[in-house]
Design a protein around this ligand. Structure first.
Ligand code: 1CP
Length: 353
């Protein structure tokens, strides 16, 4: 097949990730599967717990496909969670209704007992195998033009939950550990780098076509911490992925990374940069190399109260990136009170530009 014919067959989202400008711009949304959808809430009730949903391949596959059927997004993102990795490593992870994740905290003293990399690195982890089975089921059902994105939390972000024992506002425990005993804390980050690579390669072998690294808490570190705990682990992960799976693009999403974003793009080796809603698009556009793909960055708050202003916000984002390969997305996840109809409006707005 000629290169041109081949390109014509490639999925729009994957073409953008390889540096092409595609119109209309492909779209998917972070947290596109989840609690704002009545069909998700119905299935969620059937499963015993959130982790049961993640580890039941038929249910995880069905939830992944729900927003694709409704909206025809250009990508499905695997329904799973960044905390399946600590769970697979042996840490106790629970999701409490209305509260969020709760973990028995990892400390310098219990690290070796609580966190067992061999449970993941050997392959054959029952929990992660269920995730890979979900991916195989999804690939069978997915429309030909829709890409499948796999993901992991980046090591720093996953470590925040492991060390704080859940979500946090101050991140005091983890920042103290990293500052006072950086060699000890590096052992946890090293485990997460290696097992993240293994889990992403497992997802790729099962059929995901691109992967995203969610660094949701990049914004709480100073420049020294950002270099050591965000840039360096991402660089190691991307290097290992590119060596083993050179055709699979890696999207990095260092939320709250602000002025560090150009460094993140150039020093980690990622193929595309996810932008949160705080990033001025003209600023980042002027600093990234020509043809370097970006993803984002509509503030999810605009989807909450009706749809009157959406067209204006969508146009402003597209006009700020006139010649940049761009995947339309939010600056963070869909908020659970969002009306599903508003998302339909968003997709129609973008596709009619
Ligand atoms: O039904 C429920 O009550 C569970 C809600 C829920 C859902 C739908 C959680 C708990 N996780 C998920 C799915 C999920 N999580 C996906 C699926 C794919 C999709 O996007 O549609 C993805 C990619 C994630 C990733 C994730 N989990 C992140 C990174 C992205 C982000 O939001 O910053 C993080 C930080 C988590 C941890 C997590 N899992 C769930 C909650 C409530 C949280 C956040 C806890 C906190 O507030 O710190």
């Amino acid at each position: 097949m000629t290169e041109k014919a081949n390109q014509g067959l490639e999925k729009p989202l994957l073409r953008v990730l390889k540096g092409e400008c595609v119109q209309p711009r492909p779209i998917w949304l972070m947290r596109q599967a989840g609690r704002y959808l009545p069909e998700y809430r119905a299935l969620r009730k059937q499963a015993g717990s959130f982790l049961d949903l993640c580890y039941t391949p038929e249910l995880a596959a069905e939830i992944t496909l729900q927003p694709i059927r409704r909206y025809g997004f250009d990508a499905a993102i695997l329904f799973s969670d960044i905390l399946v990795l600590p769970d697979a490593l042996g840490q106790t992870v629970r999701f409490e209704e209305g509260i969020g994740p709760k973990l028995d905290p990892v400390t310098a003293d219990n690290l070796a007992a609580v966190c067992r990399p061999e449970a993941v690195l050997g392959g054959g982890n029952e929990k992660l195998e269920a995730v890979y089975e979900a991916i195989r089921l999804i690939r069978r059902e997915l429309p030909a033009e829709t890409a499948l994105i796999g993901f992991c939390g980046a090591p720093w972000t996953v470590a925040t939950y492991m060390v704080e024992g859940g979500g946090s506002k101050t991140f005091e425990r983890i920042r103290r550990w990293a500052a006072a005993d950086s060699a000890g804390f590096a052992q946890l980050i090293d485990i997460l780098v290696d097992t993240t690579v293994a889990h992403l390669l497992g997802q790729i072998a099962a059929g995901v076509e691109a992967v995203q690294l969610f660094e949701s808490h990049a914004g709480v570190l100073d420049t020294v911490g950002f270099a050591r705990w965000v840039l360096e682990p991402a660089r190691r992960i991307v290097t290992a992925l590119h060596a083993a799976a050179p055709d699979v693009p890696v999207i990095g999403f260092p939320r709250g990374g602000g002025v560090q974003l150009p460094r993140y793009a150039s020093e980690t080796g990622i193929d595309a940069l996810g932008l949160d809603q705080s990033i001025p698009l003209d600023w980042i556009d002027g600093l990234l190399p020509k043809n370097f793909p970006v993803q984002g960055n509509l503030d999810p708050i605009y989807l909450l109260d009706g749809s009157a202003e959406i067209a204006r916000h969508v146009e402003a984002i597209c006009e700020a990136l006139p010649e940049r390969p761009h995947i339309f997305n939010l600056g963070h996840g869909v908020i659970k009170e969002t009306d599903p109809e508003t998302i339909q409006t968003l997709v129609e707005c973008l596709r009619s530009l």
